[in-house]
Design a protein around this ligand. Structure first.
Ligand SMILES: NS(=O)(=O)c1ccc(C(=O)NCC(F)(F)F)cc1
Ligand SMILES: [Zn+2]
Length: 259
């Protein structure tokens, strides 16, 4: 049927028809205001990715996703606002069209070129990712802003693999990638309780947004736009771009800032 997407006929403003939680009280993304309350009790976020390696890279028709082996506690994040360790499951990106911004969260009304989401789940409290994804404390997503500037030396491995997953439903081996190389210099962050930013929009995410962006070149971002929303067998060739949901109402939520 009318599967959800980012077009005029199936985009974010229409998602509420099949996913009423779209108008819920803890939806994401949001705009991060200039002044956020600083919480001295918030410790540092710790990303233990040392034994972490990727398995595959895929095109799910909405984004490009790098998948990880989450069968043990090898790659977890803990600390910060989190009461348990959360296992890395996948990371993916949201981006705009040529010369246009495409981040999901905004900072004082300003967008970035793109936004990277590192998706983790609470394997201490839940038996599977799918259960965690539907539970209030189930997921922790680390958001990293991308701004255009110099080439990112490690992003090349990802953009070079994109020609292998051009079409929706494609997947290929992508081993040995450690996302630690995509982190900015500072792990200072904002945190708030929100949701998945794509349907089913479950209100299950503790968001941890790093304040500092990483720099990627316009050329590297251009390779993201070679991906397609559509499958190889489809007549329509829809370039994958502008796959971001705009900021949603804060509805009284508190946003906390690490130091
Ligand atoms: N863009 S986001 O908020 O990081 C984001 C992260 C993960 C998922 C996801 O796994 N959806 C499938 C599920 F879990 F079965 F619902 C969707 C959005
Ligand atoms: Zn995302």
């Amino acid at each position: 049927g009318n599967h959800w997407g980012y077009g005029k006929e199936n985009g974010p403003d229409l998602w509420h028809t099949h996913y009423p939680v779209a108008q819920g009280s803890r939806q994401s993304p949001i705009d991060i205001p200039r002044q956020v309350s600083h919480d001295p009790s918030l410790g540092p976020i710790v990303l233990d990715y040392d034994h972490c390696t990727s398995i595959s890279i895929s095109n799910n028709g909405h984004s490009v996703v790098v998948n990880f082996d989450d069968t043990d506690e090898r790659s977890v994040i803990h600390g910060g606002p989190l009461e348990n360790p959360y296992r890395l499951k996948q990371f993916h990106f949201h981006w705009g069209g040529k010369g246009c911004d495409g981040s999901e969260h905004t900072v004082a009304g300003n967008s970035y070129a793109s936004e990277l989401h590192l998706v983790h789940w609470n394997a201490v409290k839940y038996t599977s990712f799918d259960h965690a994804a539907a539970a209030p404390e189930g997921l922790a997503v680390v958001g990293i802003f991308l701004e255009t500037g110099d080439d990112h030396r490690w992003l090349h491995t990802i953009t070079d693999a994109m020609y292998m997953v051009k079409y929706k439903g494609s997947i290929t081996d992508f081993k040995g990638f450690n996302p630690k190389c995509l982190l900015p210099s500072s792990l200072h962050y904002w945190t708030y309780l929100g949701s998945l930013t794509t349907p089913p929009l479950h209100e299950s995410v503790t968001w941890i947004l790093l304040k500092d962006p990483i720099a990627v070149s316009e050329k590297q971002l251009g390779k993201f736009r070679l991906l397609q929303f559509t499958g190889e067998e489809e007549d329509q060739r829809l370039r994958m771009e502008n796959n971001f949901r705009p900021p949603q109402p804060l509805k009284g939520r508190r946003i906390r800032s690490s130091n």
